[in-house]
Design a protein around this ligand. Structure first.
Ligand code: BEZ
Ligand code: FE
Length: 287
């Protein structure tokens, strides 16, 4: 085909996929081309804007390292990650909802026994979490593998602090007991901005958006016979619950962080400062 025009170029590109023997790839690539061409037509993209877009994506790629995934951050801030999460994790009524994974999980986690202080020397007010993990039928989920990770009182994850080296804190891998229960001490999470020192931060500024996420604890729960659940528990009140930079808040995921004055903590220790408790029920959907 020659003399291709702005009117027939979409069909010309789609025709090139005729020989693709992977039907799913053909469907995805075809839709990508159709929607991209339609987007360009809709906004009447100029050549300068096309180049700015290419430069933005190039900078996004160049910002990526083993520890920094700027493309995932772009996906998160454009609502793409949450859309994919919501479409692919529709659990039956009664099951705990999923939300975004985020970039700060590490596959290698410090192992901790139930009752441990996983906060280590992370700055923050003491928080005692008592999590009960059940299946949809109310049965306790014993020996579930639970990854927990969170930001500290400065709004930073351990992996964002070069001074910590390989030391990990405010994250752990724990297992529920025979009754599906898990307890740990940590620090109260606070709101924090997503990383803004790259092209995604520039995009947020240019579009008049703030980079903040409401305070939360992350959980990934894996258990035989159940769907893996990747979720957060958010803390209220929080100024960003209705404007999360990555669109991850669900009302059902707001936990009750209860404040207690100085005194005896749930683990029997004596605390000279106020502390918080969180009793959290989690319900896993069947696999
Ligand atoms: C997080 O919750 O850790 C997170 C999620 C998306 C982007 C940045 C951080
Ligand atoms: Fe987070």
């Amino acid at each position: 085909m020659r003399n291709i025009t702005a009117d027939n170029i979409t069909d010309a590109v789609l025709a090139r996929f005729a020989g693709c023997d992977n039907p799913r790839l053909k469907e995805v690539m075809g839709a990508l081309v159709r929607h991209t061409h339609d987007f360009i037509r809709e906004v009447k993209l100029t050549e300068a804007e096309w180049l700015a877009g290419i430069q933005f994506l190039t900078q996004t790629g160049l910002k990526c390292t083993g520890q920094r995934q700027e493309f995932i951050l772009l996906s998160d801030t454009l609502g793409v990650s949450m859309l994919v999460t919501a479409m692919n994790n529709q659990y039956p009524a009664g099951a705990t909802e999923a939300t975004v994974f985020g970039p700060f999980h590490t596959e290698v986690m410090p192992l901790a026994e139930s009752g441990a202080d996983i906060g280590g020397d992370a700055p923050g007010e003491p928080l005692f979490v008592n999590a009960q993990i059940n299946g949809l039928g109310g049965e306790p989920v014993a020996n579930a593998e639970v990854d927990i990770w969170q930001a500290d009182d400065d709004g930073l994850y351990d992996v964002q602090r070069p001074e910590l080296g390989d030391t990990r804190r405010a994250r752990a891998r724990m297992h529920t007991d025979a009754q599906g229960n898990l307890k740990f001490r940590t620090v109260v999470p606070t709101p924090y901005p997503v990383p803004t020192d790259g092209p995604v931060g520039a995009m947020l500024v240019a579009t008049g958006r703030h980079p903040w996420r409401p305070a939360h604890l992350h959980f990934r729960i894996r258990a035989q016979g159940y769907s893996t659940l990747i979720t957060h528990i958010f803390r209220a009140p929080d100024p960003y619950l209705d404007s999360d930079a990555v669109f991850g808040v669900r009302s059902s995921l707001i936990g009750e962080f209860v404040e207690h004055p100085a005194g005896t903590a749930p683990d029997g220790s004596r605390l000279e400062r106020r502390h918080f408790t969180l009793d959290q029920q989690v319900v896993l959907a069947p696999a």
